[in-house]
Design a protein around this ligand. Sequence first.
Ligand code: SAM
Length: 277
Amino acid sequence: MELWYTENQNNHLRLSCKVNETLHVEKTPFQHLAVLDAPGFGRILVLDGIVQTTVWDEYMYHEMIVHIPLNTHPNPKKVLIIGGGDGGTAREVVRHPRVESVVMVEIDERVVAAARRYLPELSCEFDNPKLDLRFTDGIKHVGESADEYDVIIIDSTDPVGPAVGLFSKEFYQTVFKALKKDGLFVAQTESPLFNRDLIARIYGDIRSVFPVVRPYLTCVPSYPGGMWSFMMGSKRYDPISVEPDGVPPLGYRYYNAEIHRAAFALPQFLRESIGQV
Ligand code: SAM
Protein backbone atom coordinates (compact mmCIF):
# COMPACT_ATOMS: atom_id res chain seq x y z
CA MET A 1 0.00 0.00 0.00
CA GLU A 2 1.30 3.48 -0.89
CA LEU A 3 1.77 6.11 1.84
CA TRP A 4 0.94 9.75 0.92
CA TYR A 5 1.32 13.02 2.87
CA THR A 6 -1.37 15.63 2.21
CA GLU A 7 -1.39 19.26 3.31
CA ASN A 8 -4.43 21.53 2.93
CA GLN A 9 -3.45 24.71 1.06
CA ASN A 10 -6.91 26.16 1.71
CA ASN A 11 -10.45 24.74 1.83
CA HIS A 12 -10.35 23.76 -1.85
CA LEU A 13 -6.76 22.79 -2.61
CA ARG A 14 -4.41 20.17 -1.21
CA LEU A 15 -0.79 19.29 -1.96
CA SER A 16 0.11 15.61 -1.74
CA CYS A 17 3.38 13.77 -2.06
CA LYS A 18 4.27 10.11 -1.92
CA VAL A 19 6.17 9.11 1.23
CA ASN A 20 8.64 6.26 1.61
CA GLU A 21 8.72 6.31 5.38
CA THR A 22 7.73 8.27 8.50
CA LEU A 23 11.06 8.70 10.27
CA HIS A 24 9.92 10.52 13.41
CA VAL A 25 6.74 11.72 15.13
CA GLU A 26 6.65 13.67 18.39
CA LYS A 27 4.46 16.07 20.35
CA THR A 28 6.83 18.73 21.71
CA PRO A 29 5.81 21.31 24.37
CA PHE A 30 5.13 23.73 21.48
CA GLN A 31 3.96 21.77 18.44
CA HIS A 32 3.46 18.47 16.64
CA LEU A 33 6.71 17.50 14.90
CA ALA A 34 7.22 14.92 12.14
CA VAL A 35 10.04 14.02 9.76
CA LEU A 36 9.12 12.17 6.58
CA ASP A 37 11.20 10.68 3.81
CA ALA A 38 9.74 11.17 0.33
CA PRO A 39 10.97 10.07 -3.11
CA GLY A 40 10.28 13.54 -4.58
CA PHE A 41 11.16 16.02 -1.83
CA GLY A 42 13.70 13.94 0.12
CA ARG A 43 13.41 14.44 3.87
CA ILE A 44 10.61 16.77 5.00
CA LEU A 45 10.22 18.58 8.32
CA VAL A 46 6.55 19.02 9.22
CA LEU A 47 5.31 21.13 12.19
CA ASP A 48 1.62 21.11 13.12
CA GLY A 49 0.78 19.50 9.78
CA ILE A 50 2.59 22.15 7.70
CA VAL A 51 5.73 21.57 5.63
CA GLN A 52 8.57 23.67 7.04
CA THR A 53 11.31 22.61 4.69
CA THR A 54 12.36 19.82 2.34
CA VAL A 55 15.86 18.79 1.40
CA TRP A 56 14.92 19.08 -2.30
CA ASP A 57 13.95 22.77 -2.39
CA GLU A 58 15.18 24.31 0.90
CA TYR A 59 17.94 26.34 -0.77
CA MET A 60 15.41 28.43 -2.71
CA TYR A 61 14.11 29.67 0.65
CA HIS A 62 17.25 29.76 2.81
CA GLU A 63 19.53 31.52 0.32
CA MET A 64 16.86 34.17 -0.22
CA ILE A 65 16.04 34.84 3.44
CA VAL A 66 19.78 35.20 4.20
CA HIS A 67 21.82 36.57 1.30
CA ILE A 68 19.42 39.37 0.31
CA PRO A 69 19.70 41.05 3.76
CA LEU A 70 23.38 40.19 4.32
CA ASN A 71 24.37 41.63 0.94
CA THR A 72 22.20 44.72 1.48
CA HIS A 73 23.99 45.62 4.73
CA PRO A 74 27.60 46.68 3.95
CA ASN A 75 28.97 45.24 7.20
CA PRO A 76 26.66 42.61 8.75
CA LYS A 77 28.96 41.68 11.62
CA LYS A 78 26.36 40.66 14.20
CA VAL A 79 23.26 38.73 13.12
CA LEU A 80 20.22 37.47 15.05
CA ILE A 81 18.10 34.58 13.76
CA ILE A 82 14.65 34.04 15.31
CA GLY A 83 13.28 30.50 14.77
CA GLY A 84 15.05 28.62 11.99
CA GLY A 85 15.18 25.35 13.98
CA ASP A 86 15.96 23.24 10.89
CA GLY A 87 19.36 24.98 10.60
CA GLY A 88 19.18 26.10 6.95
CA THR A 89 19.25 29.81 7.78
CA ALA A 90 22.15 29.44 10.24
CA ARG A 91 24.08 27.42 7.63
CA GLU A 92 23.79 30.25 5.10
CA VAL A 93 24.52 33.05 7.61
CA VAL A 94 27.79 31.59 8.95
CA ARG A 95 29.29 31.22 5.49
CA HIS A 96 28.94 34.94 4.74
CA PRO A 97 32.47 36.42 4.86
CA ARG A 98 31.58 39.59 6.82
CA VAL A 99 29.53 37.89 9.55
CA GLU A 100 31.47 37.63 12.83
CA SER A 101 28.84 36.37 15.29
CA VAL A 102 25.34 34.94 15.12
CA VAL A 103 22.77 34.50 17.89
CA MET A 104 20.00 32.04 17.00
CA VAL A 105 16.93 32.00 19.24
CA GLU A 106 14.66 29.00 18.67
CA ILE A 107 11.73 28.37 21.01
CA ASP A 108 11.60 24.60 20.51
CA GLU A 109 14.71 22.59 21.35
CA ARG A 110 13.10 19.44 19.91
CA VAL A 111 13.08 20.92 16.37
CA VAL A 112 16.84 21.42 16.55
CA ALA A 113 17.32 17.88 17.93
CA ALA A 114 15.27 16.42 15.06
CA ALA A 115 17.18 18.50 12.50
CA ARG A 116 20.52 17.34 13.93
CA ARG A 117 19.43 13.73 13.61
CA TYR A 118 17.49 13.68 10.33
CA LEU A 119 18.47 16.78 8.32
CA PRO A 120 22.29 16.91 8.27
CA GLU A 121 22.27 18.94 5.04
CA LEU A 122 20.58 21.79 6.94
CA SER A 123 21.83 21.39 10.51
CA CYS A 124 25.51 21.05 9.55
CA GLU A 125 26.59 24.40 11.08
CA PHE A 126 24.91 24.20 14.50
CA ASP A 127 28.33 23.67 16.11
CA ASN A 128 30.03 26.46 14.17
CA PRO A 129 32.01 28.62 16.64
CA LYS A 130 30.40 31.80 15.24
CA LEU A 131 26.95 30.52 16.33
CA ASP A 132 25.41 31.03 19.78
CA LEU A 133 22.28 28.85 19.87
CA ARG A 134 19.70 29.67 22.56
CA PHE A 135 16.35 28.09 23.38
CA THR A 136 13.85 30.74 24.37
CA ASP A 137 11.08 32.86 22.92
CA GLY A 138 12.36 35.15 20.18
CA ILE A 139 9.84 37.83 21.17
CA LYS A 140 11.30 37.96 24.67
CA HIS A 141 14.90 38.01 23.37
CA VAL A 142 14.23 40.87 20.96
CA GLY A 143 12.32 42.77 23.68
CA GLU A 144 15.42 42.62 25.89
CA SER A 145 17.86 43.78 23.15
CA ALA A 146 18.77 47.35 22.23
CA ASP A 147 21.11 48.73 19.56
CA GLU A 148 22.72 45.30 19.25
CA TYR A 149 22.29 43.68 15.83
CA ASP A 150 23.21 44.67 12.28
CA VAL A 151 20.75 42.21 10.74
CA ILE A 152 17.79 40.27 12.21
CA ILE A 153 16.29 37.34 10.27
CA ILE A 154 12.87 36.04 11.32
CA ASP A 155 12.58 32.48 10.02
CA SER A 156 9.39 31.54 11.80
CA THR A 157 6.49 29.17 11.46
CA ASP A 158 3.16 30.52 10.17
CA PRO A 159 1.37 33.06 12.39
CA VAL A 160 -0.16 30.49 14.72
CA GLY A 161 0.86 29.34 18.22
CA PRO A 162 4.17 30.78 19.50
CA ALA A 163 4.79 32.63 16.20
CA VAL A 164 1.66 34.85 16.30
CA GLY A 165 3.48 37.70 18.06
CA LEU A 166 6.30 37.62 15.49
CA PHE A 167 3.86 39.07 12.93
CA SER A 168 2.72 42.10 14.97
CA LYS A 169 3.43 45.83 14.75
CA GLU A 170 4.51 45.83 18.42
CA PHE A 171 7.13 43.20 17.56
CA TYR A 172 8.45 45.22 14.59
CA GLN A 173 8.85 48.18 16.98
CA THR A 174 11.02 46.06 19.29
CA VAL A 175 12.99 44.80 16.26
CA PHE A 176 13.67 48.45 15.37
CA LYS A 177 15.03 49.03 18.87
CA ALA A 178 17.15 45.84 18.84
CA LEU A 179 18.87 46.91 15.60
CA LYS A 180 21.86 49.24 15.40
CA LYS A 181 21.31 52.67 13.88
CA ASP A 182 21.79 51.39 10.31
CA GLY A 183 20.34 47.90 10.89
CA LEU A 184 17.79 45.99 8.86
CA PHE A 185 15.61 42.92 9.20
CA VAL A 186 13.86 40.34 7.03
CA ALA A 187 10.90 38.12 7.89
CA GLN A 188 9.28 35.27 6.01
CA THR A 189 5.78 36.58 5.25
CA GLU A 190 3.81 33.67 3.78
CA SER A 191 2.13 32.97 0.44
CA PRO A 192 1.25 35.91 -1.84
CA LEU A 193 -1.48 33.73 -3.37
CA PHE A 194 -3.16 32.59 -0.16
CA ASN A 195 -2.26 35.30 2.40
CA ARG A 196 -2.71 38.62 0.56
CA ASP A 197 -4.55 40.34 3.42
CA LEU A 198 -1.89 39.27 5.91
CA ILE A 199 0.91 40.53 3.62
CA ALA A 200 -0.89 43.86 3.16
CA ARG A 201 -1.25 44.24 6.93
CA ILE A 202 2.44 43.36 7.54
CA TYR A 203 3.53 45.81 4.83
CA GLY A 204 1.54 48.62 6.49
CA ASP A 205 2.87 47.73 9.95
CA ILE A 206 6.53 47.62 8.89
CA ARG A 207 6.08 50.81 6.89
CA SER A 208 4.83 52.61 9.98
CA VAL A 209 8.06 51.64 11.82
CA PHE A 210 10.90 51.52 9.21
CA PRO A 211 11.79 54.15 6.58
CA VAL A 212 12.61 51.49 3.94
CA VAL A 213 10.19 48.56 3.36
CA ARG A 214 10.73 46.07 0.56
CA PRO A 215 8.68 42.92 -0.05
CA TYR A 216 10.37 40.32 -2.24
CA LEU A 217 9.65 36.87 -3.63
CA THR A 218 11.11 33.45 -4.23
CA CYS A 219 9.86 30.05 -5.44
CA VAL A 220 9.41 27.18 -2.99
CA PRO A 221 7.58 24.30 -4.71
CA SER A 222 6.74 22.54 -1.42
CA TYR A 223 4.98 25.64 0.04
CA PRO A 224 1.36 26.63 -0.70
CA GLY A 225 1.15 28.06 -4.21
CA GLY A 226 4.87 27.59 -4.86
CA MET A 227 5.52 31.36 -4.61
CA TRP A 228 6.75 32.72 -1.27
CA SER A 229 7.19 36.21 0.17
CA PHE A 230 9.64 37.94 2.48
CA MET A 231 9.58 41.49 3.78
CA MET A 232 12.58 43.69 4.59
CA GLY A 233 12.41 46.64 6.96
CA SER A 234 15.56 48.77 6.91
CA LYS A 235 16.72 51.88 8.76
CA ARG A 236 19.06 53.05 6.00
CA TYR A 237 20.12 50.64 3.23
CA ASP A 238 17.84 49.87 0.29
CA PRO A 239 18.21 46.33 -1.14
CA ILE A 240 17.39 47.47 -4.67
CA SER A 241 20.53 49.63 -4.68
CA VAL A 242 22.88 46.62 -4.32
CA GLU A 243 25.29 46.44 -7.28
CA PRO A 244 26.45 43.09 -8.74
CA ASP A 245 29.91 43.55 -7.17
CA GLY A 246 28.18 43.64 -3.77
CA VAL A 247 27.30 39.95 -4.13
CA PRO A 248 30.22 37.76 -2.98
CA PRO A 249 30.62 34.52 -4.99
CA LEU A 250 29.65 31.89 -2.41
CA GLY A 251 28.57 29.04 -4.70
CA TYR A 252 24.84 29.69 -4.41
CA ARG A 253 22.30 27.32 -5.95
CA TYR A 254 19.41 29.80 -6.40
CA TYR A 255 20.51 33.32 -5.49
CA ASN A 256 22.79 35.51 -7.63
CA ALA A 257 23.16 39.21 -8.41
CA GLU A 258 20.37 39.17 -11.02
CA ILE A 259 17.98 37.27 -8.73
CA HIS A 260 18.78 39.84 -6.02
CA ARG A 261 17.32 42.58 -8.22
CA ALA A 262 14.55 40.52 -9.81
CA ALA A 263 13.17 39.34 -6.47
CA PHE A 264 11.88 42.86 -5.78
CA ALA A 265 9.78 42.99 -8.98
CA LEU A 266 6.26 42.33 -7.68
CA PRO A 267 3.36 40.95 -9.70
CA GLN A 268 0.55 43.45 -10.25
CA PHE A 269 -1.90 41.65 -7.95
CA LEU A 270 0.56 41.94 -5.06
CA ARG A 271 1.32 45.59 -5.75
CA GLU A 272 -2.40 46.26 -5.65
CA SER A 273 -2.84 44.30 -2.40
CA ILE A 274 -0.20 46.34 -0.62
CA GLY A 275 -1.44 49.61 -2.10
CA GLN A 276 1.56 50.35 -4.34
CA VAL A 277 -0.73 51.06 -7.33
N1 SAM B 1 11.13 27.98 6.73
C1 SAM B 1 10.00 27.71 7.51
C2 SAM B 1 8.70 28.23 6.97
O1 SAM B 1 8.65 29.23 6.24
O2 SAM B 1 7.69 27.59 7.24
C3 SAM B 1 10.20 27.99 8.95
C4 SAM B 1 11.21 27.04 9.47
S1 SAM B 1 11.70 26.97 11.13
C5 SAM B 1 11.45 25.28 11.41
C6 SAM B 1 10.47 27.78 12.09
C7 SAM B 1 10.78 27.74 13.57
O3 SAM B 1 10.25 28.88 14.23
C8 SAM B 1 10.19 26.53 14.31
O4 SAM B 1 11.23 25.64 14.63
C9 SAM B 1 9.52 27.13 15.54
O5 SAM B 1 9.73 26.38 16.71
C10 SAM B 1 10.17 28.50 15.60
N2 SAM B 1 9.40 29.53 16.33
C11 SAM B 1 8.08 29.77 16.28
N3 SAM B 1 7.75 30.77 17.11
C12 SAM B 1 8.90 31.18 17.72
C13 SAM B 1 9.22 32.17 18.68
N4 SAM B 1 8.27 32.96 19.21
N5 SAM B 1 10.51 32.29 19.06
C14 SAM B 1 11.49 31.51 18.54
N6 SAM B 1 11.24 30.55 17.62
C15 SAM B 1 9.96 30.38 17.21
